[in-house]
Design a protein around this ligand. Structure first.
Ligand SMILES: Cc1ncc(C[n+]2csc(CCOP(=O)(O)OP(=O)(O)O)c2C)c(N)n1
Ligand SMILES: [Mg+2]
Length: 391
């Protein structure tokens, strides 16, 4: 449930609605954090109307983009695996607001909105999902494989949990490249509650703690691993305590400000050489696990409805804007309308693009030589053997 309380920084000022877009507002969210082997951060954030509007726009864009994916999937313009992020927008948005550009970020297959947060565009995401050449990964990666090295975004992994040891490697590289004693860029590996008990996670945690790597193990606890609830798949539902000797912090993942402040706190801790930290984002996904899961058999429709009504991350920011700045319903509705039009225009541009056509597109970007140069493959086995590609 939303436990966000607000108080203006200058409480004596009676006219919140006349505050300028840059005026400071203090937002309190008691109960948003629970710590393990560490101190809880202050459950409050300084913000402004301008900043809240930015989060509102980002999260609403994510929401509309994912709903557009659902629509285009049903129209068969998008094929294959497709895992949507609606419901979890505050997590990706709050993390991005806390990280530095040089920090490394790696995540699971549920990655469209992280790709967007880390420098992508709606058109780049939709075109990629539609297999178009101007998609973010050239139309040859598809849903689970977004990647943006320039923005230090390392994907997008189809194998559950695989991002965690790779992320730990990124943390190792960040430590290795930083002069001793200086603050390090951090690495964050996001994974689900369903991945959290894998052996490779424990192995990664051991190395990260042993070598004091600047690694954030970030569990997006959306309450289900596919169709299995956390109560049925994990002996420990306090995911933030899973690091054994590693400090942990659980945070309200439906409130973008508590995510941002919590992650700033975690980032500082790991960046300064105190070792890794385990974060549990308490969140929820509205869609089923993937497009092939209606998401109705293993959970009650009333549960999803209650979450949408009482603790939706976008509604939460809307409430902050309406209650504590001079934003009006009309202003926010116009923003939403414009974003819907932008997402529709992005869909049209994505659909208008061409698909990778030459064999050349398919045989590249698989192996590099020792100098980092692409080595085109001479043979690619396709499911239909007769159609396999031979250069
Ligand atoms: C190694 C491996 N095992 C199984 C799968 C099939 N699979 C895909 S997602 C998933 C459940 C993951 O749930 P969770 O970690 O909670 O992430 P969420 O989908 O909820 O974001 C499974 C079993 C896989 N992709 N890789
Ligand atoms: Mg899950």
């Amino acid at each position: 449930m939303l436990r966000t309380a607000l108080r203006r920084a200058a409480a004596a000022r009676p006219h919140a609605r006349s505050l300028s877009a840059e005026a400071s507002i203090t937002v309190e969210f008691p109960g948003a954090y629970t710590a393990y082997l560490s101190e809880e951060p202050a459950a409050a954030a300084e913000t402004t109307k301008a900043e809240l509007l930015e989060y509102f726009k980002t999260m609403y864009t994510m929401r509309r983009m994912e709903l557009m994916c659902d629509d285009q999937y049903k129209k068969r313009e998008i094929r294959g695996f497709c895992h949507l992020y609606d419901g979890q927008e505050a997590v990706g948005t709050g993390i991005q607001a806390a990280l530095s550009p040089e920090d490394s970020w790696i995540t699971s297959y549920r990655c469209h909105c992280i790709a967007l947060a880390r420098g992508g565009s709606v058109e780049g995401v939709l075109a990629e999902l539609m297999g178009r050449s101007h998609g973010q990964t050239g139309g040859i990666g598809g849903s689970m494989h977004f990647y943006n090295k320039k923005e230090n975004f390392f994907g997008g992994q189809g194998i559950v949990g695989a991002q965690v040891p790779v992320g730990t490697g990124l943390a190792f590289a960040n430590k290795y490249k930083t002069p001793l004693g200086e603050p390090m860029p951090v690495a964050i590996g996001c994974y689900g509650d369903g991945a959290a008990n894998q052996g490779q996670i424990w192995e990664s945690m051991n190395m990260a703690a042993l070598w004091k790597l600047p690694m954030i193990f970030c569990i997006e606890n959306n309450q289900y691993g596919m169709g299995t609830s956390i109560a049925r798949h994990s002996c420990n539902n306090d995911y933030y305590t899973m690091g054994n000797v590693i400090a942990g912090l659980k945070m309200d993942g439906m409130n973008v400000l508590s995510v941002r402040e919590g992650m700033k706190h975690v980032r500082d801790y790991v960046s300064q050489g105190n070792g890794p930290m385990v974060v549990e984002m308490s969140t929820y996904r509205y869609h089923g696990h993937s497009m092939s899961d209606p998401g109705k058999i293993y959970r009650d429709g009333a549960e999803v409805k209650a979450m949408r009504e009482n603790n939706d991350p976008i509604k939460n920011v809307r409430q902050l804007l309406l209650g504590h700045t001079d934003a009006t319903e009309d202003e926010l509705n116009t923003i939403e309308k414009n974003i819907r039009a932008e997402v529709e225009a992005a869909r049209d541009r994505a659909l208008a693009g061409s698909t990778p056509s030459s064999t050349d597109d398919l045989v590249r970007n698989i192996y590099l030589d020792e100098h980092g140069k692409d080595v085109p493959q001479s043979y690619i086995r396709l499911p239909d053997y007769e159609k396999s590609i031979r250069a």
